[in-house]
Design a protein. Structure first.
Ligand code: 5RP
Length: 220
């Protein structure tokens, strides 16, 4: 019998609750990570018809296809009815840090296209205040020069390049007490393709499982 950690059980519970929001005919954005790995079978079990999905990583795309969930390139769909994804941190006012898996660029593009962005996680994900680090994706072009400009607060991550050719790094500097300003500062560098700070106005609801219950908090 496999040993299942309680965190993994919580991830599954939150994922199953979010899967209930997906209905036949919807366009769906699928996130990345170990929580989303529970979401995909939960969606597949629902036997929905005519859903059209986009995936935020190759791993998600492969798992979805194996489960019979149709995935298409994100080039013809312009809007998604719903996107569901995990998070590394979520504050009480709805700020997220994402990108532990290095997929935050695609995750943000998909979240921004979604009518509703639902965040799922276990009880370790809520934090009183953001802790970091903040994942970055740097454009591959000129990445060494971008890293030099960003300085000692940014560390290259030992990770493969993203599917978009980006270089994954982590910001460990100050400013997390004012995430909007930090986000603006990171966005101001032309070499930064994406950062892992997701603002509350992007988030529709957060589903956090604690033990065998799922807390649902709505934001926008
Ligand atoms: C990947 C992400 C993930 O959603 C985040 O890291 C949470 O992962 P997990 O569900 O494995 O805890 O942002 O880039």
């Amino acid at each position: 019998m496999p040993i299942v950690s309680s965190a993994d059980d919580e991830k599954r519970l939150a994922a199953e609750a979010a899967a209930e929001l997906v209905e036949s005919g919807m366009t769906v954005g699928l996130g990345t990570g170990s929580t989303v790995a529970h979401l995909l079978p939960a969606i597949a079990r629902r036997g929905l018809e005519r859903i059209r999905c986009v995936a935020t990583s190759v791993a998600t795309e492969e798992q979805a296809r194996e489960l019979g969930i149709p995935v298409e390139d994100f080039d013809s769909l312009t809007r998604l009815d719903i996107a569901i994804d995990g998070t590394d941190e979520v504050t009480p006012d709805g700020w997220l840090i994402k990108g532990g898996g290095g997929a935050h660029l695609r995750e943000k593009v998909v979240a921004a296209a979604a009518e509703r962005f639902i965040v799922i996680g276990d009880s370790s994900k809520p934090v009183d205040a953001l802790r970091g680090p903040v994942p970055l994706e740097l454009f591959g072009f000129g990445a060494a020069s971008t890293l030099e400009r960003l300085g000692a607060d940014v560390e290259l991550r030992d990770a493969p390049r993203s599917p978009d050719g980006g270089v994954i790094a982590d910001y460990r500097g100050p400013g997390l007490d004012d995430p909007a300003s930090l986000a603006a500062r990171l966005e101001a560098d032309p070499g930064v393709a994406a950062h892992g700070l997701f603002p509350p106005d992007m988030v529709s609801a957060v589903f956090v499982a604690r033990g065998d219950a799922v807390d649902r908090t709505s934001f926008s």
